[in-house]
Design a protein around this ligand. Structure first.
Ligand code: PML
Length: 255
């Protein structure tokens, strides 16, 4: 059976700069291609942040033998009262997972200020040395974009059924779990810190193989448009090889 990676991203031109509006991706059988592509176009055109100027839809054949099998990270929630408590909780989780206090603090400050030059949001992630707060991604405007991943439909269905009572079985959460599962399955990555750049979404997470996907309910103030992802990597990592796997190797959450 032929499988295809389908990806969509949409943007709008603002003061001469393309601003990201939405994105989505799936790995699907040939028979599902048209339906999924149509859903993505609809998702791009009906986004709450407005109509895009530009929609990029790409379809690429995936070789089934190359697909990395991923286990969904277990999920838990750390309830906090406010941003300060959230940052303390994230710092604690990162340090327990093996990140130095300096790198954890640096990452939190970076996501607070906006990780791209000029305090802007990056589409991709920061790669941060887990011991010393040194950024390792080659392009700080672009970052590293984790891509070519999806859930195996029956696994997603049982995951949704299993956590249905928590009220968080929604695309934002399962897409983030797929990313975190792919990222932390790389032996070079110790942990990930993320919070959204969506001004209405304040829950973020710390992910690691040690603790799984830990949602922290308050990591930024409501109304803030600043967020992003930081991957904490081991010293001596072959950066190009890691980026190539994160961006190009197809991966399916199938367990
Ligand atoms: C959650 O589990 O609720 C946190 C999801 C964060 C997703 C980040 C994003 O949407 O950009």
């Amino acid at each position: 059976m032929s499988l295809f990676s389908v990806r969509m991203r949409s943007s709008r031109e603002e003061q001469g700069t393309p601003v990201h509006i939405s994105g989505a991706e799936r790995i699907v059988a040939e028979t599902d291609l048209e339906r999924v592509a149509a859903t993505f176009v609809q998702r791009a055109m009906q986004h709450k942040n407005g109509t895009p100027d530009f929609v990029n839809l790409s379809i690429e054949r995936v070789c089934p033998e190359e697909i990395m099998s991923l286990e969904a990270l277990p999920i838990q929630t750390c309830d906090v009262e406010d941003v300060e408590e959230g940052h303390r909780a994230a710092h604690h989780l990162l340090c327990e997972a093996g990140v130095s206090s300096e790198s954890a603090n640096f990452a939190i400050a970076l996501l607070k200020a906006g990780p791209a030059p000029g305090g802007r949001v990056m589409r991709g992630a920061v790669l941060l040395d887990a011991e010393q707060p040194i950024r390792m991604e080659p392009d700080p405007h672009r970052g590293v974009r984790v891509s070519k991943l999806d859930w195996e439909p029956s696994v997603l269905e049982s995951w949704c059924n299993g956590i249905g009572h928590l009220g968080i079985a929604r695309p934002r959460v399962w897409e983030a779990i797929a990313i975190a599962s792919k990222v932390t399955a790389q032996p070079e990555v110790i942990a990930e810190l993320c919070w959204s750049d969506d001004q209405s979404y304040i829950t973020g997470y710390v992910a690691s193989q040690q603790f799984g996907y830990v949602r922290v309910t308050h990591l930024k103030p409501l109304g803030s448009l600043i967020g992003g992802r930081v991957f904490f990597i081991r010293a001596g990592t072959d950066i190009q090889s890691l980026i190539s796997r994160l961006e190009k190797q197809p991966a399916l959450v199938d367990r």
